[in-house]
Ligand binder design. Structure first.
Ligand code: GAL
Length: 395
C-alpha cells in the first residue's frame, strides 16, 4: 500500500469511528439514569448456572441488604441458551426450565432480570447467539419479562476478521448493535442495553449513538489486583463520554471472590464509584462475609457512584504510584480518591487548592464512615499498599 493510500484509509477510518460527539444526550429509552447496580453470574459462576442458582442470588440480594442499598439487576450471563425451534425461537437449556417463571420470581423480590446474547451466531462460550434472529430474540426476552440485555460481540468477530477493510469490519459491528437496539425498542418493553465489545474502535465515542446505556471499555476483569488496577486506572480520560443514560463500563466487580485483600477490594469499589461505573457484583451473594457486605453496601461510596450530577470522575494527578482521582458531585462537593498503587504503605500529601478548593476543606472519610471536620493542607496521610484514602470534600 502506498503512503497516500494508507493516509486515505486512516482518514476514512477516523471519520467512521469518531463521528459521535463527546457530550451525548441521555438515551431515548430513558433507562440507566444512574449507573446500573446489580449482580451478574459470570465472574464467580461462569458456565455453572441454573434456575436455582439465580433464585438463590436474588434471595441473597434481598436478605443481605444489597437491594435496599440500591442493587436491582440480577443478570444471567452466558450459558443459559438451549436450541432454536422450527420457527427459530430460542429456548433456554434444561437448566432453565421456565424463564418467565424465573423472571416473575425475581420481580416478586422487587428486582429486575437481565440476560445475555451475542450479535454473532455463537456466544463466547459457544452457545447460540442472536445473528439473524434479533427481532425474534428481543420479542422472546420481552415476553419472558427481561429488563436488561448484555450483548457480547464475541461470535461476530469471525465475520469482522473476514471483512476486507477495518472500515468494513467496523460497519458490521456497528450495524449489528443498531439492529438489536431497534429490535429492543420495537418490543415496547424498557430493556437496558449493555454493549460488550471490550472497547473496540473507541466505543465510548459511538456507543450512545447505537443505543447503548452502557458499554464495556476493556477486556475482561479478573480477581487479581494487577488486572483490576490495569483496567480501573486505565479509564483516565474517558469521563467526558459518560452521563445519565450512557455509561462507560470497566467490567463487573470482583469484590468478595477472594483473590484480593479487603484493602484492594476497597480500592476496586472506590475507583468504580469515582468512575460512575455500573456496580454489578460478581461474587456469590449467598456466602458473603460481613466484610464483603460492608464493602458492597457502603452507603457513602454508593452515593458517589449514583450521584445526581451523573458525572464520571477522572485522574487529576499521577505522582509515581500515587494517583489522585476526583469526581464532581451534585451538591458541589467532590469525591477524592488518593490511591497508592505500590504494594507497601506510602506517606503523601493532599493539596486541596489543586483540587478546586481553598487551603482548608470539610471532609468525610468514606471507608471509615468518619467525619473529619475541617482539615487543612498540606494534609499528610499514609495510604496502605494497594489502598485508597477515599474522601468526600466540600468547602
Ligand atoms: C466475555 C465477556 C464476559 C462474559 C463472557 C461469557 O466476552 O467479556 O464478561 O460475558 O464473555 O462467555
Amino acid at each position: 500500500m502506498t503512503l497516500l493510500r494508507i493516509r486515505v484509509a486512516c482518514a476514512a477510518l477516523i471519520s467512521v469511528l469518531f463521528l459521535a460527539p463527546g457530550a451525548a444526550p441521555a438515551q431515548q429509552n430513558g433507562l440507566a439514569v444512574h449507573p446500573p447496580m446489580g449482580w451478574n453470574s459470570w465472574n464467580h459462576f461462569h458456565g455453572k448456572i441454573d434456575d436455582a442458582t439465580i433464585r438463590a442470588q436474588a434471595e441473597a440480594m434481598v436478605s443481605s441488604g444489597m437491594r435496599d442499598a440500591g442493587y436491582t439487576y440480577i443478570n444471567i450471563d452466558d450459558t443459559w441458551q438451549g436450541t432454536r425451534d422450527a420457527q427459530g425461537i430460542i429456548h433456554p437449556n434444561s437448566r432453565f426450565p421456565d424463564m418467565k417463571a424465573l423472571a416473575d420470581f425475581v420481580h416478586s423480590k422487587g428486582l429486575k432480570l437481565g440476560i445475555y446474547s451475542s450479535p454473532g451466531t455463537l456466544t463466547c462460550a459457544k452457545f447460540a447467539g442472536s445473528y439473524g434472529h434479533e427481532v425474534q430474540d428481543a420479542e422472546t426476552y420481552a415476553a419472558w419479562g427481561i429488563d436488561y440485555l448484555k450483548y457480547d460481540l464475541c461470535g461476530l468477530r469471525d465475520q469482522m476478521r473476514a471483512a476486507p477493510t477495518p472500515e468494513a469490519a467496523n460497519k458490521i459491528m456497528v450495524d449489528s448493535y443498531i439492529k438489536m437496539r431497534d429490535a429492543l425498542r420495537s418490543t415496547g418493553r424498557p430493556i437496558v442495553y449493555s454493549l460488550c465489545q471490550y472497547g473496540v474502535d473507541a466505543v465510548w465515542r459511538w456507543g450512545t449513538n447505537v443505543g447503548g446505556n452502557l458499554w464495556r471499555t476493556t477486556g475482561d476483569i479478573n480477581d487479581h489486583y494487577s488486572r483490576m488496577a490495569e483496567i480501573g486506572f486505565g479509564q483516565a480520560g474517558l469521563s467526558r463520554f459518560a452521563g445519565p443514560g450512557h455509561w462507560n463500563d470497566p467490567d463487573m466487580l470482583e469484590v468478595g471472590n477472594g483473590g484480593m485483600t479487603a484493602e484492594e477490594y476497597r480500592t476496586h469499589m472506590a475507583l468504580w464509584a469515582i468512575l460512575a461505573a455500573p456496580l454489578l457484583a460478581g461474587n456469590d451473594l449467598t456466602t458473603m462475609t460481613p466484610e464483603t457486605i460492608a464493602i458492597l453496601t457502603n452507603r457513602d461510596v454508593i452515593a458517589v457512584d449514583q450521584d445526581s450530577a451523573g458525572k464520571q470522575g477522572d485522574r487529576i494527578s499521577a505522582e509515581g504510584p500515587i494517583e489522585i482521582w476526583a469526581k464532581p458531585l451534585g451538591d458541589g462537593s467532590k469525591a477524592i480518591g488518593v490511591f497508592n498503587r505500590a504494594p507497601t504503605p506510602l506517606i503523601t500529601q493532599v493539596d486541596f487548592s489543586k483540587l478546586g478548593f481553598g487551603h482548608a476543606v470539610k471532609a468525610k472519610d468514606l471507608w471509615l464512615s468518619k467525619d473529619l471536620g475541617t482539615i487543612r493542607e498540606p494534609y499528610t496521610v499514609t495510604v496502605p499498599g494497594h489502598g485508597v484514602l477515599f474522601l468526600r470534600v466540600s468547602k
